[in-house]
Design a protein around this ligand. Structure first.
Ligand code: NAD
Ligand code: DAU
Length: 353
């Protein structure tokens, strides 16, 4: 048996595929364009019999049709996306192309493929759309967490493009009976995350003694989940989720950004002390992100009570392990922080990457 995964060279895709194979899961065909955020070296050690890389674009209908016809996957797990909110603010077009047109292309191709299946194969086929809690917008401090019934209220071009995918997936289930399932996960952290995102950026800048740019007052709240817990939840939803349903995935771990940064700095003060002062002294408050969502929090009781999910990592343990992963994997960090990354650091923060 085979599953088709998109975006397997990225942060969550890499962790999902490694977890899926370690659990004895079926072969993975991985459609990925290897953008700046996708790293072929992450999975290069896997034999083709376990992980076959198909380099290409999710918008390429002919390629997607060929992969579906050749490998006849039992499921498609759609992770590929442009995923960084700040980039969506400065250059939104790629987000519409990949996240909206790409998701539409995959839905069309997968629906045509599913319609050729019969009997048990047709009943078992699943399309898993990996969406985000950001589609629900921003919460006030005392609001209850997002549920699956929270209305869509995206505030950035990124979250709007992901919400467009949500709507398409819903419409394909309602109109065609196409067996699609959606997940909305909160902020992930862990190994292989591209260091434009908050936690790895803070770790590698702190290790280099560089400024730690905190947007605005740093009191924005995110609900952090370790990426391996997210990956396990995706496997659970793939096997047991009901077509047409959506499932929230959260870490039960709301933290303000400054609190997260202090925790990162505390670990590094112990392992890599600065000659003078503490790592937290490197923090600088910079101009806030336009339209910055103040708080995300996710109610995952449907997943927990319905499918038996529980996050395995506590945030302090997961964060400490993540800091150690970046300390121990400097060659990986160097391989992904070359030309394009330096350019992003210069244009977005006015600092050398
Ligand atoms: P990422 O940016 O690390 O990886 C994205 C991957 O998609 C890369 O390998 C990239 O090469 C690939 N890709 C981009 N455009 C493509 C295209 N046109 N065709 C084929 N491949 C393409 O992203 P991530 O953080 O791993 O997120 C994966 C998915 O999970 C995304 O859909 C994102 O919206 C969702 N998500 C992420 C988080 C998070 O905290 N990171 C939380 C919830 C949901
Ligand atoms: O909630 C799920 C989402 O989490 C995913 O859908 C997105 O793909 C993922 O990127 C993430 O979005 P955020 O915008 O929450 O993550 P980011 O790591 O960019 O920022 C986390 C918080 O840290 C946010 O409040 C902005 C802040 N921040 C971020 C950066 C990069 C800073 O203060 N300084 C920074 O330099």
């Amino acid at each position: 048996m085979t599953i088709l995964v998109t975006g397997g060279l990225g942060f969550i895709g890499t962790n999902f595929i490694l977890g899926h194979l370690a659990a004895g899961g079926d072969r993975v065909v991985d459609l990925d364009l290897a953008t700046y955020a996708g790293n072929p070296a992450n999975l290069a050690h896997l034999p083709d019999g376990e992980h076959l890389l198909a380099l290409g674009d999710v918008r390429d209908r002919a390629l997607v049709d060929r992969l579906l016809a050749e490998h006849v996957p039992r499921a498609l797990v759609h992770l590929a996306a442009e995923s960084h909110v700040d980039r969506s603010i400065s250059r939104p077009a790629a987000f519409i192309e990949t996240n909206v047109v790409g998701t539409f292309t995959l839905l069309e191709a997968a629906r045509a493929h599913w319609e050729t299946l019969a009997g048990a194969d047709r009943d078992a086929f699943r399309f898993l759309y990996v969406s985000t809690d950001e589609v629900f917008g921003s919460l006030a401090p005392d609001d209850p967490p997002f549920t699956e019934l929270s209305p869509a209220a995206p505030n950035s071009p990124y979250s709007a493009s992901k919400a467009a995918g949500d709507h398409l997936v819903r419409a394909y289930f309602r109109t065609y009976g196409f067996p699609a399932v959606t997940t909305h996960c909160s902020n992930n952290y862990g190994p292989y995350q591209f260091p434009e995102k908050f936690i790895p950026l803070m770790i590698i800048n702190a290790l280099a003694g560089k400024p730690l740019p905190v947007y605005g007052d740093g009191r924005q709240v995110r609900d952090w989940i370790h990426v391996e817990d997210h990956a396990r939840a995706l496997s659970l939803v793939l096997e047991k989720g009901a077509p047409g349903e959506s499932y929230n995935i959260g870490g039960r771990s709301e933290r303000a950004n400054l609190e997260v940064l202090e925790a990162v700095c505390r670990v590094l003060d112990g392992t890599d002390p600065l000659p003078v002062g503490r790592h937290m002294d490197l923090a600088v408050h910079v101009t806030d992100r336009p339209g910055h969502d103040r708080r995300y929090a996710v109610d995952s009781s449907k997943l927990e009570e319905g499918l038996g999910f529980m996050p395995g990592y506590s945030f302090p343990d997961g964060l400490e392990a993540t800091v150690h992963w970046y300390r121990a994997n400097r060659p990986w960090v160097e391989s992904v922080t070359s030309g394009g990354y330096r350019e992003w650091m210069r244009t977005h923060y006015g600092m050398e990457g």
